[in-house]
Design a binder for this molecule. Structure first.
Ligand SMILES: Nc1ncnc2c1ncn2[C@@H]1O[C@H](COP(=O)(O)OP(=O)(O)OP(=O)(O)O)[C@@H](O)[C@H]1O
Ligand SMILES: [Mg+2]
Length: 314
């Protein structure tokens, strides 16, 4: 059995508003193997960010976690379950930004416009670790160098608005990593950046992950990005998990019709001579909202289908 840093079981989230209830997640279960990159893919509204926010316990009213558990097994402290933690539990403080940190799509949401970059990165250290201001500034400097910020001494006394979008995202990644989190969650961290900068930031995340050996959850709707960065893939649709496997299994031999549709809809991945398909044209009349059990195939991956439909693979 592989060692998982997080085990999510039967997670359900509802948003209750005046116009009705949205079932944002239903029966979501998957494991995050330690020291690897796990991508969560799916189209807009499939529940990727809600899943990440559950792990950080950031679901706010009108949202509510209605069922499920998230077992967290850090190496530095005893394991604990996240969903059931009291909101005053000190472990919740250790978790957010300490043991688990998150990088969002838009870097300015994580940065204060009125504090210098050096102060913000060092403050992230001081929040969670018992070190002097001088030591925090020194570590902040080293991490900024590591994420590729040049002329670091001068840039530490500059403000975020003086940085380009790509550089801001590097600063946010530095802030997320200075406390040596066991899990780094990246929620579409490159979507707001232009294509060449996207590739640089992706390479940075991959290199740092290999160097620091932490576990990464990488959220994206782009299977091209998944191929570049991930070891494992979780495919989501409509608040449910449809397929889980290694990146090779899922991209080379997708089992669920939806995953096949997702792959065929990527420019450049469709078979030569074949017209670019839409997801709908590939999946045909498969009812994606029907509740079906997750079955484990002979090669270890899991898929939400009727066992008889995949009998030859069991
Ligand atoms: N604050 C909220 N209030 C009401 N509904 C919400 C709220 N946040 C999320 N939802 C609903 O939960 C579902 C899942 O949303 P989520 O943000 O997780 O999607 P996503 O997969 O991250 O999409 P995207 O790729 O667009 O970021 C959606 O149906 C969304 O409308
Ligand atoms: Mg999202």
């Amino acid at each position: 059995m592989t060692d998982s840093v997080l085990s999510i079981k039967d997670l359900a989230v509802e948003f209750r508003t005046d116009i009705g209830t949205t079932y944002a997640l239903q029966g979501v279960s998957f494991d995050v193997p330690r020291g690897e990159v796990t991508a969560i893919v799916g189209e807009s509204g499939s529940g990727k960010s809600v899943t990440a926010n559950c792990i950080m316990r950031l679901i706010q009213p009108p949202g509510r976690i209605t069922a499920g558990t998230i077992e967290f097994r850090p190496t530095v402290t005893d394991p604990f379950e996240i969903v059931g933690l009291d909101r005053k539990d000190p472990r919740l403080f250790d978790l957010r930004g300490g043991l688990i940190s998150m990088v969002f799509q838009e870097p300015m949401t994580a940065l204060s416009p009125i504090h210098t970059v050096g102060d913000q990165v060092s403050e992230a250290i001081l929040c969670h670790r018992d070190v002097s201001k001088e030591e925090a500034l020194r570590e902040a400097h080293d991490m900024l160098v590591r994420v590729g910020i040049t002329d670091t001494e001068r840039r530490m006394s500059m403000y975020p608005f003086e940085f380009s979008g790509g550089m801001r995202q590097r600063v946010v990644i530095a802030m997320a990593l200075v406390c040596h989190p066991e899990v780094l969650i990246c929620d579409e961290p490159t979507t707001a950046l232009d294509v060449t900068i996207q590739a640089e930031v992706l390479t940075l995340i991959r290199d740092l992950q290999a160097e620091l050996a932490n576990s990464v959850i990488f959220i994206t709707h782009d299977l091209g990005v998944v191929a570049q960065i991930a070891d494992n893939v979780v495919v989501m649709f409509g608040g449910r998990v449809l397929e889980i496997g290694s990146v090779r299994q899922v991209l080379k031999d997708p089992v669920h019709p939806y995953t096949r549709g997702l792959l065929k809809a990527i420019p450049g991945l469709a078979d030569p001579g074949e017209r670019l398909a839409t997801i709908q044209s590939v999946i045909g009349d498969v009812d994606l909202t029907a509740e079906v059990a997750m079955v484990t195939l002979a090669d270890g991956r899991q898929v939400a289908m009727h066992a008889e439909d995949v009998a030859d693979r069991l």
